[in-house]
Design a binder for this molecule. Structure first.
Ligand code: GUN
Length: 283
């Protein structure tokens, strides 16, 4: 039976470190970390996520602002706001909440954020630095998964890691972070033979957004199972990408949904924002 990873407890540890760092930064330089979140439209999940990010930022002693636009907003008005935030000295981190309404060019908006303020790690410059293994703001969810893996004490170097999903937000940066940690990495997607690939995983990261896609019987006994999926079922409950009960019978460690990876994403966003504020204070 797997040990369950409590993401809330782990995240609160990271958040406490960040809060202490913010207090120290303020004492040393007067700088208060500032996070601006741009949200467009009324996606209900985004509204909840952004609320959580703002609350966590406030609890860490940061300034936090939400810039909310109606679903009908056009590219120029959102771009203008990003330009203003780029120039605002009290703003150290800018996050454009995804998904965006279809009339907006999300890539162009992400490219418009100053790379120094891109606390999501989505800007091509930061994504490229991650690819090259250079220090950079790293995407929050996969960075949070690396903290989870560290907590388990399981050796990543030499392990076979299977990442299911190849999104720019999770799958691709996750694969790169595992590779830089010396895992042997397989990236799976919709054309992959999951029943053949997943049983080879010492570390499995599922990030596809299909409830129960990963069958418990595919899990290698003793594997670490990290479930990034957050799927809302018709009855309103949240379900991961992994068949949790069956997978927990075989895994050594497993993350629940909710309460696993989710809280880590916010904690790492705060850490990225603190890092950006520290860089600004030094500049
Ligand atoms: N939507 C879902 N996850 C994320 C994230 O990590 N950052 C942003 N900006 N939007 C998201």
């Amino acid at each position: 039976m797997a040990r369950v990873i409590d993401g809330k407890v782990l995240a609160s540890g990271v958040r406490a470190e960040v809060k202490a760092g913010a207090v120290a930064l303020r004492a040393a330089s007067g700088v208060i970390p500032g996070l601006a979140v741009v949200r467009v439209g009324e996606d209900p999940a985004s509204k909840i996520y952004v609320g959580g990010k703002r609350k966590a930022a406030a609890e860490a002693g940061f300034n936090a602002w939400e810039h909310h636009f109606p679903a009908t907003a056009n590219q120029a008005e959102v771009l203008d706001r990003i330009t203003q935030l780029n120039a605002a000295p009290e703003v150290h981190g800018i996050l454009v909440q995804l998904p965006l309404p279809p009339q907006l060019d999300g890539d162009a908006l992400i490219r418009a954020v100053r790379p120094e303020k891109d606390v999501d790690g989505f800007h091509p410059l930061n994504a490229g630095n991650l690819l090259l293994g250079r220090p950079t703001a790293r995407a929050c969810t996969p960075a949070g998964v690396m903290v989870v893996l560290e907590h388990t004490g399981v050796k990543v170097a030499g392990a076979h890691a299977v990442v299911v999903g190849r999104s720019n937000i999770v799958g691709k940066p996750m694969a790169l972070m595992l590779l830089h940690a010396d895992a042997t990495v397989t990236v799976c997607h919709r054309k992959s033979d999951l029943a053949a690939e997943i049983p080879r995983a010492d570390i499995l990261v599922a990030a596809v957004g299909v409830p129960g896609l990963v069958k418990g019987e595919w899990i290698k006994p003793g594997a670490v199972v990290i479930d990034v999926g957050m799927n809302r079922l018709p009855d309103g409950t949240l379900r991961g990408d992994v068949e949790y009960e069956a997978a927990a019978q075989r895994a050594s460690w497993i993350t629940p949904v909710p309460g696993g990876v989710g809280p880590m994403t916010i904690a790492l966003l705060l850490r990225n924002t603190l890092d950006a504020a520290r860089r600004a204070a030094r500049a």
